[in-house]
Write a protein that binds this ligand. Sequence first.
Ligand SMILES: Cc1cc2nc3c(=O)[nH]c(=O)nc-3n(C[C@H](O)[C@H](O)[C@H](O)COP(=O)(O)OP(=O)(O)OC[C@H]3O[C@@H](n4cnc5c(N)ncnc54)[C@H](O)[C@@H]3O)c2cc1C
Length: 411
Amino acid sequence: MHRKYVIIGNSAAAVGAVEAIRRNDRNGSIVIFSKESQSTYSRPLISYYNQGKVGRESIYFRPDDFYEKNDCDFRPGTSVFKIDIHSCTITTDSGSDEKYDRLLIATGSEPVVPPFPGLDTVSNVRTYTSFDDALALEELISSGLSRVLIVGAGLIGLKCAEGISKKADVTCVDLSDKVLSSILDDVSSDLISDHIRSNGIKLVLGNAVKAFSGNKAELADGSRIDFDVLVIASGVRPCASLFKNAGGLTGKGIIIDDHCRTSAENVFAAGDCVESVDMSTGKYKVMALLPNAYMQGECAGSNMSDTECVFNKAIPMNALTLFGLHILTTGSYTGEVSDDSEGNDIRRFYHSDNRLNGYILINNIDKAGIYTSMIRDRVPLDTIDFGLVRKAPGLMAFGRVYRDKTLGGKS
Ligand SMILES: Cc1cc2nc3c(=O)[nH]c(=O)nc-3n(C[C@H](O)[C@H](O)[C@H](O)COP(=O)(O)OP(=O)(O)OC[C@H]3O[C@@H](n4cnc5c(N)ncnc54)[C@H](O)[C@@H]3O)c2cc1C
């Protein structure tokens, strides 16, 4: 049977799906629609591109011949603006229709731009989520516009700050009094703020931008900041509206099950556009992370091509380096905290009901996979030497039963 697969989006989730489909089905046709004109690239690398650490060639996620080798009909620069789940058809912005047998929605997330009064009077405004954003920012700064104001001190704002810090005079404003407030707790956030400031970034925290008047920002405390370029990094939201408008089930994102199926027959979804079960809490959550996106895409692609696959290991996890400092966070910060930090070496472990729920490591992130396995496997803490494993992760702190299971009976 010749099957037609349609994929909306062309990033990590889409690539995972294409690779899984082609493992099972060499004959079906695959059509990929992408709003962006680039081949598939790694979004986390855009700040490394601005830093000059990664060249144009290395930012691409797959080699040039990826589409040809996988026999994909790639349609760059083409937006899908409607899905009809009854007639199994999508419609593009140019008005053409495409039927599907199986559809994957891999539309990712989009930047949130708050409706600041006076934003329309500002020149040189960008967001920072795409390679085109990185290229445009590069061009503005190279043309001599060196004072950059970034609104938002979350992951995207700070990665942008790092990317341009050697070439521009950067100020980062956030209404929260903590940086990376969605992925760190207060103690670790303070350490990171000091580190960022010591690398020349001006951080203005606990102070909201109220309005703009030309290239001048007015802040809640009455102060003003003059700038040449404005980067809005106030968060992202899942691109779920296509499916919602089609009558599909959505919350903050498209709701999927552990087979990456949506509420509509033959429609799958994966990546930043979805809400799925966070296995550290058992609750539905948007987990906008590249490894999750790829693995969900792979799971969706497998099920779309009739090879059953379950993906139920999604967990919030952030691994990043900021100005040379490694940060690794996983799971949820609930329950009691055990703090084994020493100086800049942060090691904080959250646990309750005899289980590890989450952890934050800064600086030394060696062997952290052990902690992630403890969360995923729900390892009872009274079966291990938890005090030892917090300081020196190693399987010898685990009981024989767990070691045998993990090492296949070779402990
Ligand atoms: C600066 C930055 C740093 C990051 N750093 C990290 C990190 O360190 N670690 C980590 O795990 N994650 C990181 N991320 C997040 C990571 O990039 C995402 O989790 C990942 O890219 C999600 O992949 P995706 O396939 O779901 O969607 P996306 O990468 O968002 O791609 C979706 C694609 O679909 C297209 N699209 C949307 N709607 C339509 C439509 N209607 N028609 C056609 N095409 C459409 C979009 O234009 C886009 O190209 C970072 C993101 C950014 C922006």
